[in-house]
Write a protein that binds this ligand. Structure first.
Ligand SMILES: [Zn+2]
Ligand SMILES: [Zn+2]
Length: 420
């Protein structure tokens, strides 16, 4: 018989990791709502063209990493590699602007990229992201950036840094790209094959290259900061001022250009210590040209996305465990021979009261059931014997206090409440 395995680069999330992820998602989503963001869910499948158009034909994501397929009707569909383009598509398709600007939404769910799997990099990964559409105000950029800082603080994380940059706009970036291209053409000998190709197609991408020789060559490259137009400079300075006011520590990194084509002005990343090469847990920026690119009216927007598997790794690297699994409150242990009815009745009453309760389904003896209660982390065990049932009583054992009492079955729920 064939034993099947999860596809390469994907994995099962099982207890307790699965519940840590669930609690992390709950925590992050609650924090987004506290800031006035509302939930949006877009399909996992989108028209392939949506991503090619928005992310950029020349990016690694579009040329190498997307899961594209033709469905049975001959349509080309893609499993979403990121969340911003789908949200902007939905913003236009659903006319969300009519609900008042800015539209502030958040999403959470799986994304798919066919990258080479390694520590901290998966082909299916979970992202939370937020998008604020409709305002150019740099205060909104600061709000988007500060979310991550607030979440990290709530989780107790400390070993990270925030990098910010401005990648300019449609007015000032082309002149900079030309300067950069001339520089790269003159330095061709010091670049890898891929960067030579990028020199023609998309020079900004050379800053993503991990090749040592390329990195050394790029030390002398012109920077975007020297080429920002007055509006971009003003926007960026205002953002830095807001971050200061909010008490956030940051570094300006003029070589940080995010891997997606649609960014304008603000770009930022949060990088963590102790995660190796895949140390970016969160990134984002402004995308004032994206709505137009997708056929809508010119509309500014800014957003972030955060990889939750990497965030869990960051917690582990800092020795933090904020998501202690919830304990089972009550385990019902019935002596062999006891009828199911009184057990089911009691189980039902506890659960109806919102008390978590479980029992044995394997026909185990009392001793084995006590072990099981222990394994489940139960706080209280209710022991039901035939003799006790006859007298209308049960035995209650507080596992934390190692005490036990015989109590009337009638007032049991109240008694358990007192212990919990
Ligand atoms: Zn500009
Ligand atoms: Zn290179």
């Amino acid at each position: 018989m064939t034993r099947y395995k999860a596809p390469r680069g994907t994995s099962d999330l099982v207890f307790p990791d699965s519940e840590k992820m669930e609690r992390l998602i709950e925590t992050a989503c609650a924090l987004m709502r506290e800031r006035g963001y509302r939930r949006i869910d877009t399909p996992i499948l989108e028209d392939t063209e949506l991503f090619a158009r928005s992310i950029g034909e020349e990016t690694d994501i579009v040329t190498k990493e997307m899961y594209n397929f033709e469905d049975r009707g001959g349509e080309s569909l893609t499993m979403r590699p990121e969340g911003t383009a789908p949200v902007v598509r939905a913003y236009l398709e659903r006319g969300l602007a009519s609900r008042g600007l800015p539209v502030k939404v958040y999403y959470v769910g799986p994304m798919f990229r066919r990258e080479r799997p390694q520590a901290g990099r998966f082909r299916q990964f979970t992202q939370i992201g937020g998008e604020a559409i409709g305002s150019e105000d740099p205060f909104l950029d600061a709000e988007i950036i500060s979310f991550s800082d607030a979440l990290f603080a709530r989780l107790g994380l400390e070993r990270y840094r925030l990098l910010v940059n401005s990648v300019g706009c449609r007015e000032c970036r082309p002149a900079y790209v030309d300067r950069l291209r001339s520089f790269l053409e003159a330095m061709k000998g010091g670049l890898c094959e891929q960067c030579v190709r990028r020199t023609d197609t998309n020079p900004l991408r050379v800053f993503d290259c991990k090749n040592e020789r390329c990195r050394a060559t790029l030390k002398g490259a012109p920077t975007i900061g020297e080429h920002l137009c007055p509006r971009c400079r003003e926007h960026f300075d205002a953002l830095l001022g807001h971050l200061d006011t909010m008490g956030m520590t940051f570094e300006v990194d003029e070589r940080m250009v995010r891997g997606l084509d649609y960014y304008t002005n603000t770009a930022f990343e949060f990088q963590f210590e102790g995660l190796g090469a895949q140390n970016t847990v969160c990134g984002g920026g402004r995308y004032d040209g994206l709505t137009e690119e997708l056929g809508g009216p010119p509309t500014p927007g800014v957003g972030y996305s955060m990889g939750l598997e990497r965030l869990l790794m960051a917690l582990e690297a800092e020795g933090l465990d904020p998501f202690v699994p919830e304990r089972l409150q009550v385990f019902l242990a019935a002596a062999p021979g006891v009828q199911r009815e009184p057990v089911l009745d009691l189980l039902g009453r506890l659960r109806a009261e919102g008390i978590s309760a479980d029992t044995d389904f394997m026909g185990r003896g009392l001793k084995a059931q006590m072990k099981q209660a222990d394994r489940l982390g139960a706080r209280v065990v209710v022991m039901i014997g035939e003799e006790e049932l006859a007298s209308g009583e049960v035995t209650l054992r507080d596992l934390d206090a190692s005490e036990q009492w015989r109590v009337p079955a009638k007032g049991l729920v109240e008694r358990i409440r007192q212990i919990l």
